[in-house]
Design a protein around this ligand. Structure first.
Ligand code: ADP
Ligand code: ADP
Length: 229
């Protein structure tokens, strides 16, 4: 399960300014749709609506045919996982940071998720910026390592629906490539909405939606969009 549909969605944060205008698209269960467009186009707003941080002004969003306004906040939260642009770690060990989305998980499950995200070696460490000096349990994590913590969290939570907010701009090319491969692996078989700035990072998406000023300006496969220029 986990098909997501946006049906003629309009949205405004303030009554005098419409942000999303008649957005309709579907992410079939297990498929990936990428939303590409310039800054300010409304990409993050789409993900906030799917999480119900805000409700649509008109139209509707459904998961497996059910309006998300009829779903409890709790089941919505367990159905949707997010790998954000900037992972904010809280002041506890990486272990607890990974377990955050699934407090019921046992230690072996947490370690397995860490292993799959290739951070098993620092699972007991503490993120930097707090009281622990670097070198004891204190870690100085790079952007890529923080992304891996978010990936481990998502592997553990294993949600049917995934939002990937592509954060690759802050990473160097090699790290970007590695993280991209990890994200592709996590997205495999999940209903995935990828938010991206560039077409070049979403070559494998089943459909790409180009958002401009709150409207769908173009849609199609990567090859189709490249052909149109
Ligand atoms: P993108 O993710 O494509 O950069 P956003 O969805 O973040 O775009 O923003 C779309 C528009 O909505 C922008 O003009 C932005 O300034 C505006 N916006 C975003 N968040 C808010 C908010 N909380 N209140 C009012 N306007 C907002
Ligand atoms: P959980 O269910 O484990 O609380 P979520 O998958 O709902 O986690 O969200 C993961 C993290 O991403 C949370 O800290 C949440 O606040 C944040 N988040 C969710 N949606 C957005 C969004 N659209 N933009 C930025 N951060 C978000």
């Amino acid at each position: 399960g986990g098909s997501v549909r946006f049906e003629d969605v309009q949205f405004s944060y303030d009554p005098d300014r419409q942000i999303l205008k008649g957005i309709s698209f579907e992410i079939p269960a297990g498929k990936t749709v990428a939303v590409v467009g310039p800054s300010g186009a409304g990409k993050s707003t789409l993900s906030r609506l799917l999480f119900r941080f805000y409700d649509v002004t008109s139209g509707r969003i459904t998961i497996d045919g059910q309006d998300i306004r009829d779903v409890t906040q709790e089941s919505l939260r367990s159905a949707i996982g997010m790998v954000p642009q900037d992972t904010v770690l809280f002041n506890d060990s990486i272990f607890y940071n990974i377990r955050y989305g699934r407090p019921d998980a046992d230690a072996d499950e947490v370690r397995e998720a860490a292993r799959q995200a290739r951070i098993a070696h620092f699972v007991e460490g503490l993120p930097n910026g707090y009281d622990t000096p670097v070198g004891e349990r204190g870690l100085k994590l790079s952007g890529g390592e923080k992304q891996r913590v978010a990936i481990a969290r998502t592997i553990l939570k294993s949600p049917p629906i995934l939002i990937l907010d592509e954060a690759t701009s802050a990473l160097d090319t090699n790290t970007e490539r590695e993280i991209q491969a990890e994200l592709d692996r996590v997205a495999e078989g999940r209903t995935t909405m990828v938010i991206a700035h560039r077409l070049s990072t979403v070559v494998n998406a089943d459909e790409i939606i180009v958002l401009e000023k709150g409207r769908i300006a173009e849609r199609g496969s990567h090859a189709e969009l490249i052909e149109k220029g």
